[in-house]
Design a protein around this ligand. Structure first.
Ligand code: URA
Length: 441
């Protein structure tokens, strides 16, 4: 088979056969497809799409580019579960939810991604913890999950390596926003983790890849259908991404916000709703609780008892991070050189936020990648980000900016001001937009 013929076939709108898709996925994983060919294939799928069967075949082929983790021989006393988000700005839910689920008796091998396009990645956030090994081999991952209850890690060469390379190339070639490519990317990782149940957070709004409810609904349906086809019980919530989730956007800033959350300090109510609703839906899907209400109560107990924070601390240590990280994170994550408030040009109420532009400003500050090979500056980003409905003026900033230099700070301040529309009124959108559950009510 010639790769260029398969790219032309997809470019011209035809469906690819199973063997053709397997050939492409294998070539993406082993590097025999060049970066240009992978990007062209991604662009062809972006414009031409894929049928449901083609998408399921791509997902399976990407899963089979590596190993599938086996859990049965460990005789774990609870189900193996995970949550995954389609990506947003300030989306730090995984860092809190993994230990909260573990505190409820679930086992969570969370295979996360790096930043993608304008969105941040859980793995990049965890890499801001010195010593944390975000890509352990499968044996270590299994041990940490068994002993601690959760491990948030990235793909290694063993786990869906086709997605690892495909994801990195899509990130920098404008080919992220494709329903079949997002579906195959997410589910190939999740299937390789050998899960019993998955909850999906489908982000919708200006900071999401699905920027409108129609696309978010189609993405949810695609993920649920392929999940079912490949034997992974999945449920989904469509959640709001018309504002930064929580108060911060930027790698180490989001780790700090997550630790505060687990300590019950300065908890952002919208973030809390997303964390607990996803958690409750997953606990129910996995059979750990009878009702979502019971799930919410169990999650809250894990927070209030300090169990979730303790589990996060043990996970970080088990993966090579400092033993006292959760108690003294500031000892390990130095602040950015320049920290300044960004004020609006004039007073007003936040009416609308171009959240993608906020994410792009974090990328430009050095918190995300423009090239596959870029090194990140973990310290940069925004915190105390204003939300729709909030009054801002010459004394109440839009956000606090963390930058590596004065020049970068000036540019990012302008980008942030341009991203905010002020008016006489404004209000936040609902947080949970739709539940696409596996349980008809
Ligand atoms: N998250 C992923 O893992 N992959 C995508 O393509 C988008 C979000």
């Amino acid at each position: 088979m010639l790769v260029q013929d398969l790219i032309r076939k997809k470019r011209d709108g035809a469906a690819l056969s199973e063997s053709e898709i397997q050939f492409l996925a294998a070539g993406i994983a082993d590097g025999s497809l060049s970066e240009g060919q992978v990007a062209s294939f991604a662009m062809a799928v972006f414009f031409r799409g894929m049928g449901g069967a083609e998408c399921a075949t791509l997902t399976r082929a990407m899963r089979d580019s590596g190993d599938v983790i086996e859990w049965a021989s460990l005789n774990l006393p609870g189900p193996v579960v995970d949550k995954h988000s389609t990506g947003g700005v300030g989306d730090k839910v995984s860092i809190m939810l993994a230990p909260m689920l573990a505190a409820c008796g679930a086992y969570v091998p969370m295979i996360s991604g790096r930043g993608l396009g304008h969105t941040g990645g859980t793995l990049d956030k965890l890499d801001s913890i010195p010593g944390y090994e975000s890509q352990p081999d499968i044996a270590r991952l299994r041990t940490v999950v068994r002993d601690v209850g959760c491990a948030i890690v990235g793909q290694t060469r063993e786990l869906a390596p086709a997605d690892k390379r495909f994801y990195a190339i899509r990130d920098v070639t404008g080919t992220v926003e494709s329903i079949p490519l997002i579906t195959a990317s997410i589910l190939s990782k999740k299937l390789s983790a050998g899960l019993d149940a998955l909850v999906m957070d489908i982000k919708c709004g200006s900071g999401a890849f699905a920027d409108n409810p129609v696309m978010a609904g189609e993405l949810a349906q695609s993920i649920l259908a392929v999940g079912e086809e490949l034997g992974l019980p999945t449920t989904a919530l469509i959640t709001d991404m018309t504002q930064v989730l929580g108060r911060s956007a930027g790698n180490s800033l989001e780790i700090l916000e997550s630790l505060n959350y687990l300590r019950g300090d300065n908890v952002d109510p919208r973030l809390h709703t997303v964390v607990t609703e996803l958690g409750a839906a997953l606990l129910r899907l996995a059979g750990l609780v009878e009702t979502e209400e019971e799930g919410r109560t169990r999650l809250q107990k894990g927070l209030e008892s300090g169990a979730a924070l303790e589990i996060l601390g043990r996970m970080i240590t088990a993966l090579g991070g400092p033993a006292d990280f959760v108690d003294k994170p500031e000892n390990y994550m130095p602040p950015a050189q320049v920290i300044v408030p960004v004020y609006p040009e004039s007073a007003g109420i936040v009416n609308r936020i171009d959240v993608r532009a906020v994410g792009n400003a974090v990328v430009e500050l050095g918190g995300g990648r423009r090239l596959v090979t870029d090194e990140l500056d973990f310290r940069v980003g925004f915190d105390n980000v204003a939300e729709p409905g909030q009054s801002v003026d010459r004394e109440t900033p839009l956000a606090i900016l963390h930058a590596a230099s004065e020049v970068a700070a000036v540019r990012a301040s302008e980008q942030l001001r341009a991203a905010f529309s002020l008016a006489d009124q404004g209000s936040a959108a609902e947080v949970i937009l739709e539940r696409v559950t596996a349980f008809p009510d």
